[in-house]
Write a protein that binds this ligand. Structure first.
Ligand code: SAM
Length: 189
């Protein structure tokens, strides 16, 4: 069975946008307890083994998901993106982040922390995604900052907000789904 209710959110996003395919290389940020990881393995790996790879991390310890490689680390450390990159055996087709920082109760602080995680996940995605790849990210309070959204619209063919039915109606959680990565932009001169 699926380990988390969150798994249904990814299934519903996939139903709506057609994101997950056999043979994909997928990065799962904020993976514990592993519902999205299970869905990613199920959709990307074939029974005959072969291609497809799922790599994930979380602050918390998690039970291993067969077919995926997960480890316990804070994504905001320098070490975490480097470790993920070293585990990937090629460019990623999907980078997905369901990361949510613990709330402090201080609205502004919470908002900054959540946006910080989204921006770091996005930066990482632009470094590892293959052209045509997708980025999926949890957001709160109505969506991404205008600046981040503008950057995404340049970097991806389409950028959409979506709230899957499995996401509680009374929560301000939404997801950003950016599809069709245009490829890494060279650093500005
Ligand atoms: N997608 C998961 C599933 O289907 O089982 C549920 C993810 S849960 C909503 C959010 C996760 O983000 C938590 O497990 C939390 O520990 C993790 N998280 C929050 N901040 C993080 C960070 N800085 N680095 C890594 N994981 C983080």
């Amino acid at each position: 069975g699926l380990r988390s209710r969150a798994a249904f959110k990814l299934l519903q996003l996939d139903e709506k946008f057609g994101l997950l395919k056999r043979g994909q290389r997928i990065v799962d940020l904020g993976a514990a307890p592993g519902g999205w990881t299970q869905v990613a393995v199920d959709k990307s790996k074939s029974d005959q083994g072969g291609t497809g790879q799922v790599v994930g991390l979380d602050l918390l310890e998690m039970e291993p998901v067969p077919g995926a490689t997960t480890f316990q680390m804070d994504f905001t450390t320098d070490e975490a993106p480097a470790r993920l990159k070293s585990l990937l055996n090629g460019p990623a087709d999907i980078v997905m982040s369901d990361m949510a920082a613990n709330t402090t109760g201080h609205t502004q602080t919470d908002h900054l922390r959540i946006m910080g995680l989204a921006e770091m996940a996005y930066q990482f995605a632009t470094e590892v995604l293959a052209p045509g790849g997708h980025f999926i990210c949890k957001l709160f309070q109505g969506g991404a900052e205008r600046e981040l959204l503008a950057r995404m619209k340049q970097d991806f063919a389409s950028v959409r907000h979506a709230k899957p039915a499995a996401s509680r109606q009374d929560s301000s959680e939404t997801y950003l789904v950016a599809m069709g990565f245009r490829g890494a932009t060279p650093p500005q001169a």
